[in-house]
Write a protein that binds this ligand. Structure first.
Ligand code: FES
Length: 82
Protein backbone atom coordinates (compact mmCIF):
# COMPACT_ATOMS: atom_id res chain seq x y z
CA UNK A 1 0.00 0.00 0.00
CA UNK A 2 1.24 3.44 -0.97
CA UNK A 3 1.78 5.81 1.93
CA UNK A 4 1.83 9.48 1.14
CA UNK A 5 3.01 11.62 4.02
CA UNK A 6 3.04 14.92 2.18
CA UNK A 7 2.08 16.25 -1.23
CA UNK A 8 3.32 13.90 -3.89
CA UNK A 9 2.82 12.52 -7.36
CA UNK A 10 0.69 9.42 -7.82
CA UNK A 11 -0.06 7.41 -10.93
CA UNK A 12 -3.52 6.00 -11.48
CA UNK A 13 -5.08 4.34 -14.47
CA UNK A 14 -8.11 6.29 -15.65
CA UNK A 15 -10.23 5.27 -18.63
CA UNK A 16 -7.48 2.97 -19.83
CA UNK A 17 -4.71 5.59 -19.62
CA UNK A 18 -2.00 5.91 -16.99
CA UNK A 19 -2.20 9.42 -15.53
CA UNK A 20 0.13 11.15 -13.08
CA UNK A 21 -0.98 13.88 -10.77
CA UNK A 22 0.09 15.79 -7.71
CA UNK A 23 -2.09 15.17 -4.66
CA UNK A 24 -2.12 15.82 -0.95
CA UNK A 25 -2.67 12.88 1.42
CA UNK A 26 -6.26 13.91 2.21
CA UNK A 27 -7.37 14.67 -1.37
CA UNK A 28 -10.35 12.61 -2.44
CA UNK A 29 -10.44 10.71 -5.68
CA UNK A 30 -13.25 13.05 -6.76
CA UNK A 31 -11.03 16.09 -6.21
CA UNK A 32 -8.08 14.54 -8.04
CA UNK A 33 -10.21 13.52 -11.01
CA UNK A 34 -11.94 16.87 -11.37
CA UNK A 35 -9.42 19.45 -10.22
CA UNK A 36 -6.13 17.78 -11.08
CA UNK A 37 -6.98 15.69 -14.14
CA UNK A 38 -9.80 17.80 -15.56
CA UNK A 39 -12.23 14.86 -15.73
CA UNK A 40 -15.49 16.47 -14.71
CA UNK A 41 -17.86 13.60 -15.45
CA UNK A 42 -18.06 12.61 -11.79
CA UNK A 43 -20.05 15.38 -10.11
CA UNK A 44 -19.73 16.74 -6.61
CA UNK A 45 -23.07 16.62 -4.87
CA UNK A 46 -23.43 16.04 -1.16
CA UNK A 47 -19.73 15.08 -0.75
CA UNK A 48 -20.61 12.83 2.18
CA UNK A 49 -21.66 9.62 0.46
CA UNK A 50 -25.42 10.13 0.26
CA UNK A 51 -26.26 11.14 -3.32
CA UNK A 52 -24.04 9.07 -5.63
CA UNK A 53 -23.40 11.90 -8.11
CA UNK A 54 -19.67 11.24 -7.83
CA UNK A 55 -19.85 7.51 -8.59
CA UNK A 56 -17.03 6.04 -10.70
CA UNK A 57 -16.06 2.45 -11.38
CA UNK A 58 -12.93 1.24 -9.62
CA UNK A 59 -11.88 -2.20 -10.82
CA UNK A 60 -15.45 -2.55 -12.08
CA UNK A 61 -17.07 -1.71 -8.74
CA UNK A 62 -19.19 1.42 -8.29
CA UNK A 63 -17.41 3.64 -5.78
CA UNK A 64 -18.42 7.03 -4.42
CA UNK A 65 -15.30 8.98 -5.27
CA UNK A 66 -16.00 11.61 -2.61
CA UNK A 67 -15.37 8.94 0.02
CA UNK A 68 -12.22 7.43 -1.49
CA UNK A 69 -8.80 9.00 -1.14
CA UNK A 70 -6.89 9.59 -4.36
CA UNK A 71 -3.94 7.61 -2.98
CA UNK A 72 -6.21 4.60 -2.51
CA UNK A 73 -6.75 4.49 -6.29
CA UNK A 74 -3.09 3.75 -6.97
CA UNK A 75 -2.82 0.30 -8.53
CA UNK A 76 -6.49 0.23 -9.48
CA UNK A 77 -8.30 0.97 -12.71
CA UNK A 78 -10.84 3.80 -12.69
CA UNK A 79 -13.57 4.25 -15.23
CA UNK A 80 -14.86 7.80 -15.15
CA UNK A 81 -17.69 9.31 -17.23
CA UNK A 82 -16.71 12.08 -19.64
S1 FES B 1 -20.98 13.62 -3.86
FE1 FES B 1 -22.75 12.65 -3.05
S2 FES B 1 -22.09 10.61 -2.76
FE2 FES B 1 -20.29 11.63 -3.45
Amino acid sequence: MLQLLSEGIIEIKVNGEKRRTLVRPADTLLFALRERLGLTGAKPGCENGDCGACTVLVDGWPIKSCLMLAVEAVGHECLVPY
